[in-house]
Design a protein around this ligand. Structure first.
Ligand code: ADP
Ligand code: MG
Length: 238
């Protein structure tokens, strides 16, 4: 587990500045939801925390380490994407083991980690299947399995449920929350869905156009929105 600090982070693409100096402190063990309209910079911010984008300005700290100049593999994070990004030619077991193999863990260590994650995610009976033989919800669980086998200090989720149908989305929300309650891993979860934010977050960060409009618990945002944008976005009567 670890806290995450985003300190005056700026990102530009060419002449376009898309993050205008973001400051954010994520607490150890917290489930933080980043919410905001499409294009406001949520994925960019998450990718900077992951180390998948060059940083234009500012610093990122994970635990006690400034990681600004470290590659993703040295940041003790695991990221789950919207499109799962499973390897189609690998069985579930090998999809989940892949990062551990790259990290040259021992075979028994890998087996233990995969079996443990499979147990947590109810995937034990699916370990020998290929991704094409799974439902959307099962694929999403494998994507989460690939993240938890690594036992990272921080989980980063980028709209992990947006490809699922509405009913499955509700079920998976509950699964992800249960997983968090069990593992207590610091989590930063990106969505553009207010309901998802309100039902899942310990605290919500509302973004608009590359700035943070407000940070607070779901109740605080609902009761005391900082401005009209937050009020209408969260859906409270303004
Ligand atoms: P969100 O995840 O909130 O929908 P993004 O972080 O994907 O938003 O994008 C924020 C802004 O940055 C958008 O205006 C988007 O067009 C722009 N952007 C994202 N990635 C790139 C890129 N690789 N090159 C140029 N502009 C980009
Ligand atoms: Mg995005």
């Amino acid at each position: 587990m670890a806290s995450v600090a985003v300190m005056d982070v700026i990102k530009t693409y060419g002449a376009l500045e898309v993050l205008h100096g973001i400051d954010l402190a994520v607490r150890d063990g917290e489930f933080l939801v980043l919410v905001g309209p499409s294009g406001c910079g949520k994925s960019t911010l998450l990718r900077m925390i992951a180390g998948l984008e060059d940083i234009t300005g500012g610093d990122i700290q994970i635990g006690s380490n400034i990681v600004t100049d470290l590659p993703p593999k040295d940041r003790d994070i695991a990221m789950v994407f919207q499109n799962y990004a499973l390897y189609p030619h690998m069985r579930v077991r090998d999809n989940m083991a892949f990062a551990l193999k790259l990290a040259r863990r021992s075979r028994s260590e890998i087996e233990d980690a995969v079996n443990r994650a499979a147990g947590i995610l109810d995937l034990s009976h699916l370990l020998d299947r290929y991704p094409r033989e799974l439902s959307g919800g099962q694929r999403q669980r494998v994507a989460m399995g690939r993240a938890i086998v690594r036992d990272p200090a921080v989980f980063l989720f980028d709209e992990p449920l947006s490809n699922l149908d509405a009913k499955l989305r509700v079920a998976m929300r509950a699964e992800i929350k249960a997983l968090h309650q069990r593992l207590k891993t610091t989590t930063i979860y990106v969505t553009h869905d207010q309901i998802e934010a309100m039902t899942m977050a310990d605290r919500i960060v509302v973004m608009r156009d590359g700035v943070i409009e407000q940070v607070g618990t779901p109740l605080e945002l609902y009761d005391r929105p900082a401005n009209l944008f937050v009020a209408s976005f969260i859906g409270s009567p303004a």
